[in-house]
Design a protein around this ligand. Structure first.
Ligand code: HPA
Length: 273
């Protein structure tokens, strides 16, 4: 089956359940940030597991719902829980959910994720608004996966993260007194955290934050012309930059602290997109 056929199956199910709701903005919530979704009117919640063709999320802290609704006049779809390469999904399957969002009518995508910081000044609790990325996953969801319906094989990434959207986010952070900075995300496969030597290498490569997701989603979105805003929350300094060892429990505990702030930020940003 082609991905277009797979996406069409998902869309047929979704359209039936949402009565042909056409979202313009999509939001993907990362580890522990599922509780940051603003209150939506006309809400419809679909479980990933019930959507034909969709993948299943297997990580604790990733709930796995596709939520539709309206926030201050904006039609929104939320992917509450994402899919990771380290779960064992074939890389090209990571394109399916984003391609489904595209075919539903999404034009703007907010990707959120927990990250480790490579910048000592960007401490836990701060936000890094992505202005670029480095794909260090040594893989790409678009390899062997070109279907013209989803955009050109070769496409430009000089502004992978839309400047006007970044400005909206940074202005909102200023108003809400959230410590924020622009920076580049380096994507690794995980599931392990990095070694101190890797963190030092990534600093030298010019990355600001490190994480195990985002990039496959952004590549797929950019190929089909969706504008992207990357909002990443620092849960820890990169391995070796702080005394304590890293753990997923710590990532979840730190994101719990951020959840409320992130909800305020989304409520400020969404009406302006
Ligand atoms: N490394 C990779 N991914 C992460 C980290 C990290 O230090 N923290 C949260 N997600």
């Amino acid at each position: 089956m082609t991905q277009l056929e797979q996406v069409k199956k998902a869309i047929a199910y979704i359209n039936k359940k949402t009565k042909n709701f056409k979202p313009e903005i999509a939001l993907i919530t990362g580890s522990g940030l599922a509780g940051s979704v603003p209150p939506l009117a006309k809400k419809v919640v679909l479980k990933y597991a019930d959507i034909p063709g969709f993948l299943r999320s297997t990580v604790p802290g990733h709930s796995g719902n596709l939520i539709f609704g309206v926030y201050k006049g904006k039609k929104i779809v939320v992917m509450q829980g994402r899919f990771h390469y380290y779960e064992g999904h074939p890389m090209k399957n990571l394109a399916i959910s984003i391609r489904t969002l595209y075919k539903l009518g999404v034009q703007k995508l907010i990707v959120s994720a927990a990250v480790g910081s490579l910048d000592l000044k960007l401490t836990p609790g701060s936000l890094c608004v992505l202005n670029d990325h480095i794909n260090f996953m040594c893989n790409n969801p678009l390899i062997g996966n070109h279907e013209p319906e989803f955009g050109p094989m070769f496409f430009d990434l000089s502004e992978a993260y839309a400047k006007p959207l970044r400005k909206v986010a940074l202005d909102a952070c200023k108003k809400l007194k959230i410590k924020a900075k622009e920076g580049a995300y380096i994507a690794v496969t995980g599931p392990n955290f990095e070694t101190p030597s890797e963190i030092r290498a990534f600093q030298k490569l010019g990355a600001t934050v490190v994480g195990m997701s985002v990039v496959p989603e952004v590549l797929t979105a950019r190929q089909c012309g969706i504008q992207v805003l990357g909002l990443t929350w620092v849960t820890n300094l990169g391995c070796g930059l702080a005394k304590e060892a890293l753990s997923h429990a710590q990532t979840i505990a730190e994101t719990k602290k951020i959840e409320g702030k992130f909800k305020d930020l989304l409520e400020a940003i969404l009406p302006k997109l």
